[in-house]
Design a protein around this ligand. Structure first.
Ligand SMILES: [Zn+2]
Ligand SMILES: [Zn+2]
Length: 145
């Protein structure tokens, strides 16, 4: 079965015929599952459209190659607190956004944390330190329950 957590397609090797295409677009996707979401959007032809402000960067920069335009797109964890958990690493918690939307969301969240609990603000929202293997283990657990 495909190693992408939310994918149930049969795989040849580690990935299905869709997700194996990460090699062409987002080479570090195996350690960053959210990039598989970006890949899906790219393959759908929506890789340059911001899901937050609706901006189509391909239309804005028609002279740039798609490959170059999509590098300006980030995958945002809608609820960043569950980043790195099985629940948090699902398409339902992802949105493909432009650099500005991502930047401003990060700034707003930081402001929010600072205002709310300046003295005990978490040093960092825990990042995703695991790999696809960690997610795989979770997947296995769930499948065997
Ligand atoms: Zn797949
Ligand atoms: Zn945007």
């Amino acid at each position: 079965m495909c190693k992408v957590t939310w994918c149930n397609k049969p795989a040849v090797g580690n990935y299905c015929s869709i997700h194996i295409q990460y090699k062409d677009w987002v080479s570090n996707a195996p350690s960053r599952p959210w990039l598989m979401y970006k890949l899906e959007k790219i393959l759908d032809g929506k890789g340059a459209t911001c899901e937050c402000c609706g901006d189509d960067l391909k239309a804005r920069f028609p002279h740039r190659e798609l490959r170059s335009v999509i590098q300006g797109m980030d995958v945002d964890h809608i609820n960043s607190k569950i980043k790195g958990t099985l629940e948090g690493e699902q398409p339902s918690n992802y949105q493909l956004v432009c650099k500005y939307c991502h930047l401003w969301k990060s700034q707003d969240e930081k402001d929010f944390v600072n205002k709310k609990s300046r003295s005990k603000a978490p040093k960092d929202i825990p990042g995703f330190e695991g790999t696809m293997d960690a997610l795989d283990n979770l997947k296995l657990k769930i499948n065997t329950i």
